[in-house]
Design a protein around this ligand. Sequence first.
Ligand SMILES: Cc1cc2nc3c(=O)[nH]c(=O)nc-3n(C[C@H](O)[C@H](O)[C@H](O)COP(=O)(O)OP(=O)(O)OC[C@H]3O[C@@H](n4cnc5c(N)ncnc54)[C@H](O)[C@@H]3O)c2cc1C
Length: 455
Amino acid sequence: MDLESEIRAIVGDRGILTGDDVRMRSCDPFRDVAPGGSIIVRPASTEEVSAVMRLCHARGQRVVTHGGRTGVAGGAFVGEDEIVISLERMNVIEEICSVTSLAVVGAGVTIEALQNAAAEQGMFYPIDLGAKGTATIGGSIATNAGGNRVLRWGMTRQNVMGLEAVLADGTVVSAMNRLIKNNTGYDVKQFFIGTEGTTGIVTRAVMRLVPALASQSVAFVAVDSEEALLALLTRARKLATLSAFEVMWPDYYDIVATSGSDRSPLAQGHYAYVLIEAMGYSRELDAQVFEEFLESVYTEGLVVDAVLAASDKQIADLWRVREGAECIVRDMSPFVSSDVSLDVRDVTKFVDLVRSRLAEQYSIVRTATFGHLGDNNIHLALHVGTETLAEEPNVERVMFDALRTFGGALTAEHGIGQLKRAFLPDHKHPGEMAVMRAVRAALDPNSLLNRDVLF
Ligand SMILES: Cc1cc2nc3c(=O)[nH]c(=O)nc-3n(C[C@H](O)[C@H](O)[C@H](O)COP(=O)(O)OP(=O)(O)OC[C@H]3O[C@@H](n4cnc5c(N)ncnc54)[C@H](O)[C@@H]3O)c2cc1C
């Protein structure tokens, strides 16, 4: 039998896509990147994933794993000699428990579906990102996704209690831990979190939940100096209910505020703008503490202007300012985007250095800077004229060279994928690279899984 027939015998007709059904899919959320290979396998259970991988292992067939294909690092790109295993049919929420604060889910469940199911049981899944309606739990585990509330509840890694994965040879690894304290040797789930599908295919997971929050306070404030911004962050960290500290610099805010999309809560012309969010369990007390915090930072001169949301609609409107990526796309395309991580005290110096080095080479240099400053992560969009995409390798080289000066990480949350792999060895200690290679080789000696991802 040929490969397609053998796979069909395992997963049935519903479990396999070929022809136009494959070509019509993009492997990238923002561009049309069709899969190079001709088969998408859609198993319905861990046993089917295991059987398909045993077959692929016997044939030396390479595989790329797909979740929601919202990853922006090219991790889901598929070469001509590769087939896809998509977890999209493994989308069952098996359990939500408010006593143990846990959810057991299939890897193909979307982040939003888990959030909604948790809410129905009075619980909250804290990982939150713009692509939550499509991004899957499996994909977010593989990329260790972050998002808007990392400074309170951590990255995806901190929210995975246990998981189940299938290795390249079809072996099922069940590490469905449900216990907070479990020191019985290696924490095996860590081999599959943030490893971008290079060590195994995540099929199920035990995710940590928290009780649903009762209050949400959001303010949008302006600061007039870097010192004030850093002092404000230091002060905000003392708010026990702090859940987001999102900063927008004028190169970002001016675009969004003048986009005609009604996203201009404060006047332009300030050093930076911050969306501060606090979430807690006592509506009146939380609101009082948040207002007192705002009053004190205003009185001390850290904040020079502020808007406090008075309704859910106003909260959503203020978040829309921070989530104005489409305004940047409209105004600045083409651009190179990045999600670097660095010491909060170095952000301005880093962006200034990138701008000045690019200005030595290009007559046009535009930037848009915003991000999750509370967890060291900024998104920097760079435009150097109509040829920006052709210049992408050089623009990235300039940016990442500048980043090394400050000891930053070249990706905070999006991952390396295929698009940043050339830069990885320069940003890791040789010993770290050696350990990563050894782990990968131990779990997938023939490089069958996501061969071109990471390194
Ligand atoms: C509008 C938008 C906003 C975003 N915002 C954020 C953000 O704030 N923070 C953030 O961190 N990311 C963000 N992202 C990136 C993206 O949403 C995340 O990386 C997400 O975790 C990817 O999940 P996915 O299911 O789409 O995975 P995919 O894109 O399908 O895959 C991503 C990688 O994981 C691997 N993979 C997928 N599923 C599995 C599995 N079950 N087992 C093993 N490997 C697997 C793939 O092979 C690939 O290498 C954003 C993306 C978009 C489009």
